[in-house]
Design a protein around this ligand. Structure first.
Ligand code: NAG
Length: 290
């Protein structure tokens, strides 16, 4: 018996190694859609076959007693309802992102947080309490917090209230300096499903000219300090998609992904945004290597 076990050991070791190699290239791609009228429809984004997550940007006004407002820049909301269902039919999760780089938002109290959770549930998620759903009867898969400004208070309560509804994915897009000034407290209080960390517009922790040491250090800190289902490397899809932080496709797949994908719960990459990705095909170039 002992001899038999020994003879199988090399085969088992090979199978294990094969499994590990496979895992390093099993990442998904998430993309933000909605902030450029020239980026094509949500359906076109999903039909590219490059994405596992489409994040609709942004619900840019909420809180402080304001009526929540969806801002899709140059897009009309016509047809988005059917597009969402089409994306979901292909297995792509569609999320609504709250916040963004500009806009008047912020939660003033616990009531504000709970009211917004109820609003989101009835207007974008599984609730039935609204007859004026901005995107129609499509039921989104979850809510993304891209909070970049204002008071960080009460987002933990919003996240808990959304989780309590059941069947709502929670994601967040903090900046790479740890901890994040805006969603840090919420990320400590509630386990998020996915955290896509923005490794751009943040020179202290982003990639620069072939050097990924700061990025890897920040990745290690994020993945070991926050409990989340998985972590995504958030990147600009083109040099002009952000002020800084773009990683050439071959550097990403040849160096950065191999360096981070074995650290923490690596899930893939997030791209800002569909406009730049549709123009330059960054996701198409890196897809096989993330
Ligand atoms: C994007 O790039 C990939 C990889 O080079 C290629 O196979 C694909 O056809 C490209 N897609 C478009 C729309 O150019």
């Amino acid at each position: 018996m002992a001899g038999n076990n020994t003879s199988w050991a090399p085969v088992l070791a090979l199978l294990l190694v094969a499994g590990m190699v496979g895992n390093t290239c099993a990442g998904n791609i998430a993309v933000y859609w909605g902030q450029n009228g020239d980026e094509g429809s949500l359906a076109e984004a999903c039909n590219s076959g490059n994405y596992a997550y489409a994040i609709i940007a942004f619900l840019s006004t909420f809180g402080n007693g304001q009526a929540p407002q969806l801002n899709l820049a140059g897009h009309s909301t016509d047809g988005v309802n059917e597009d969402i269902k089409g994306c979901q039919g292909q297995g792509i999760k569609v999320l609504l992102s709250l916040g963004g780089g500009s806009g008047g938002y912020g939660l003033a109290s616990s009531d504000d947080a709970n009211n917004l959770a109820n609003y989101l549930w009835d207007n974008f998620l599984g609730g039935t309490g609204s007859s004026t759903r901005p995107l129609g009867d499509a039921v989104l898969d979850g809510v993304d917090l891209d909070i970049e400004t204002g008071n960080p208070a009460h987002y933990d309560e919003l996240a808990s209230a959304l989780k309590a509804k059941g069947s709502v994915m929670l994601t967040a897009a903090p900046q790479c300096p740890y901890p994040d000034a805006s969603v840090g407290p919420a990320l400590q209080a509630v386990p998020f499903d996915i955290v896509w960390v923005q490794f751009y517009n943040n020179p202290p922790c982003q990639y620069a000219n072939g050097d990924d040491s700061s990025l890897v250090n920040a990745w290690r800190t994020w993945t070991s300090s926050v409990s989340a289902g998985s972590f995504y490397l958030g990147l600009p899809a083109a040099t002009d998609a952000a002020g800084s932080g773009f990683i050439p496709a071959s550097d990403l797949t040849g160096k950065v992904i191999p360096d981070i994908s074995s650290i923490g719960n690596y899930g893939g990459i997030m791209l800002w945004s569909r406009f730049y990705d549709a123009r330059d095909n960054y996701s198409g170039q890196v897809k096989a290597g993330v």
